[in-house]
Design a protein around this ligand. Structure first.
Ligand code: C5P
Length: 242
C-alpha cells in the first residue's frame, strides 16, 4: 500500500491519513504500556489480534444499532475508520470490582457490583487521566449535556451487549474503557464509539476459573500475555483452532 501521512502516534496505535476525505487508517502496534507509560513492553502479535477482535466487536455493535467509527479492516494490522472529533473522556464501565476501584475504595477484587458503575476520566496524559464528574464535563465544555446523555446511553447498551457476547464464550466482562467521538455529516452531528475494544482496554476473566485473559497479564507480570489475547480471539471464533 502507498505510504500515507502519519497524523498521530499513540502508545498502541498510529493514525494515518485515509484514502478518502473524512477517513483515517488506524494501525495496531504490538507495543504495550501501563501506568501511563511507566511500564513499557512488546506483546508479539497483539496488534494483529486487537485489530481482529475490535473489528469483530465493532461490527456486532453496529448490527444492533450502536454507531461506531469503524468502516472495514484493511489488512492484518490496519483498519479504515471515519474521522471523528475525539471527546477527551475515557468512559469506564464496571460490572465486577477490579483494578483502580478495588484499590481506591478497598473493595476486594472479584466482588460483583450491585449495579454497573460508570466512571469518567479526563483524557490527559500529563494529568494522569484524572477521574471527573458529569459536572466537570459539562462545566468545562468537554461534552454538552446532550452529548453526555448519548455517551452514557451508548456505554450502558454496549456493556449489556458485550456482557452477553463474552458470557456466551465463557468470559466475564469485568470492566472496560470506551472512547467516543463526534461524527459530522454536513450540519448533523452524532456521537459514535471510537478507538478500539480489545483485551488492551477490557478486563476479561474466564467465567469458571477467573483466569485473566487481558492486559492485566502484562500489567501484573503474570506471563502468557500473547496466549491470553489469542484465547479471547479463539473463543470469539475469529482464530482457527490450533
Ligand atoms: O485501571 P482501572 O481499573 O481504572 O481500569 C478500568 C478499565 O479501563 C480496565 O479494563 C482497563 O483496561 C481500562 N483502561 C484503559 N485505559 C486507561 C485506563 C483504564 O483501557 N487509560
Amino acid at each position: 500500500m502507498a505510504r500515507r501521512r502519519q497524523l498521530y502516534e499513540g502508545k498502541a496505535k498510529i493514525l494515518f491519513e485515509g484514502p478518502e476525505p473524512g477517513t483515517l487508517v488506524q494501525y495496531f502496534k504490538d507495543d504495550a504500556s501501563a501506568g501511563n507509560g511507566m511500564k513499557k513492553g512488546v506483546i508479539t502479535g497483539k496488534g494483529v489480534l486487537n485489530n481482529r477482535i475490535s473489528e469483530y466487536l465493532m461490527l456486532k455493535l453496529h448490527d444492533i444499532g450502536i454507531p461506531t467509527h469503524f468502516v472495514r479492516r484493511l489488512n492484518m494490522r490496519e483498519q479504515l475508520i471515519r474521522e471523528v472529533e475525539i471527546i477527551p473522556l475515557e468512559v469506564v464501565v464496571r460490572n465486577i470490582a477490579a483494578g483502580s476501584i478495588a484499590k481506591r475504595l478497598g473493595i476486594p477484587e472479584g466482588t460483583r457490583l450491585p449495579r454497573s458503575i460508570l466512571e469518567y476520566y479526563y483524557k490527559n496524559d500529563s494529568l494522569n487521566d484524572p477521574m471527573v464528574s458529569e459536572e466537570h464535563i459539562t462545566a468545562f465544555g468537554w461534552a454538552a449535556a446532550q452529548d453526555l446523555d448519548d455517551i452514557t446511553a451508548l456505554a450502558l447498551r454496549t456493556n449489556d451487549f458485550l456482557t452477553g457476547i463474552f458470557l456466551g464464550v465463557g468470559i466475564q466482562l469485568v470492566d472496560f474503557k470506551l472512547e467516543f467521538g463526534r461524527l459530522w455529516e454536513g450540519e448533523e452531528m452524532r456521537i459514535v464509539l471510537a478507538d478500539e475494544i480489545s483485551p488492551d482496554n477490557c478486563r476479561l476473566w474466564d467465567a469458571k476459573t477467573s483466569e485473566r485473559l487481558d492486559k492485566d497479564r502484562f500489567r501484573r507480570d503474570l506471563g502468557k500475555v500473547e496466549e491470553a489475547y489469542q484465547e479471547v480471539a479463539r473463543r470469539l471464533g475469529i482464530l482457527p483452532e490450533a
